[in-house]
Design a protein around this ligand. Structure first.
Ligand SMILES: C[S@@+](CC[C@H](N)C(=O)[O-])C[C@H]1O[C@@H](n2cnc3c(N)ncnc32)[C@H](O)[C@@H]1O
Length: 297
């Protein structure tokens, strides 16, 4: 997540979001990166096209860190094997939303006796996932891939035991409350929705892995989205909510908040990912993992 004009095109991919928190102009005057309002439809169209186009670059840059069939919750590098946030048991049905190339789902299929489906809005990301599956056939189980929007899932009410995403969907939709309501709808009573996202406090700081990224320059309370556009057409959008906003959305969706994990930067991780780095990780939270449950048994 570097943050200069169009830098999220280069650095986000779990690197470019969070906005530069300052308006910067690109070399071409019609390229712009700004904090400004953007609606639901424009956000969806822009992010779908952006992730379609950026899929290969994203995995060229981050594939080694993420692994073909590993389940990493965020740039800190903590895995589901270590955190156990999904509380899995044999026979469960699991849906990954905003799955990208579905490496998390492949890890689940490999290590747990669960039925797992991976979904994403962007065909480019799913295509990358299909390529990984093809190339690792025989070593890594493939998983079904479904193209769908995280706010409108093609699954019936009360049909799934777990829904999750590692950095997918939530920051990339204008209405994250709708994602939570949809997760609540498809979950069986007692099911879990777990999602990781950039820690909201990061929006107060420049998206810079070095010293510049340690001084707050924007109000944490400013919910104005980060928007990139070319010639007035929105090409990328990311939305900010405070931690309180997220908790309020969880509660409004009818889910119960069971944990809010702020993973610390482990010493073993010397990698920089966009604005995430060991320097900042030692001082500031980079990721929030929200663990929720649908009431019932
Ligand atoms: C930062 S990537 C994370 C991908 C993957 N979870 C990972 O850990 O590598 C964000 C993903 O969210 C997806 N996404 C964005 N908006 C979405 C939406 N409305 N519904 C479903 N997926 C969406 C993007 O296509 C992209 O694959």
């Amino acid at each position: 997540m570097a943050h200069e004009c169009s830098s999220s095109l280069l650095g986000w991919a779990r690197g470019g979001q969070n906005g530069p928190h300052a308006v910067e102009r690109g070399a071409l005057m019609d390229e712009e990166a700004a904090r400004r309002p953007v609606g639901d439809a424009e956000t969806r169209a822009a992010n779908r096209a952006w992730w379609d186009a950026e899929a290969e670059d994203y995995y060229a840059e981050h594939g080694a860190f993420l692994g073909d069939s590993d389940f990493v919750w965020g740039p800190e590098g903590w895995t589901e094997a270590e955190l156990g946030l999904l509380d899995l048991s044999p026979g469960l049905t699991v849906l990954e939303v905003g799955a990208g190339a579905a490496q998390c789902s492949r890890w689940l299929a490999r290590h747990h006796e669960v039925s797992v489906v991976a979904s994403d809005l962007a065909m480019g990301m799913l295509r990358t996932g299909a390529t990984v599956s093809r190339e690792s056939a025989g070593q890594v189980p493939s998983v079904p891939l479904v193209q769908c929007d995280g706010v409108s899932l093609p699954f019936g009410d009360d049909t799934l035991d777990r829904v999750f995403t590692a950095y997918g969907v939530i920051p990339f939709v204008a209405d994250s409350a709708a994602v939570l309501r949809e997760a609540h709808r498809v979950l069986r009573p007692g099911g879990r929705f777990v999602f990781s996202t950039s820690h909201p406090v990061r929006w107060a700081f420049p998206d810079d892995p070095g010293d510049r990224g340690l001084t707050a320059t924007t109000s944490y309370f400013d919910r104005t989205p980060y928007v990139e556009s070319v010639g007035g057409i929105v090409t990328y959008a990311e939305h900010h909510r405070t931690l309180g906003d997220l908790v309020r959305q969880v509660v409004a969706a009818g889910l119960v908040l069971t944990d809010l994990v702020e993973p610390e930067w482990p010493q073993r991780n010397t990698a920089t990912w966009g604005g995430w780095s060991p320097l900042r990780g030692a001082l500031l939270p980079g990721t929030a993992i929200v663990v929720t449950r649908k009431p019932g048994t």
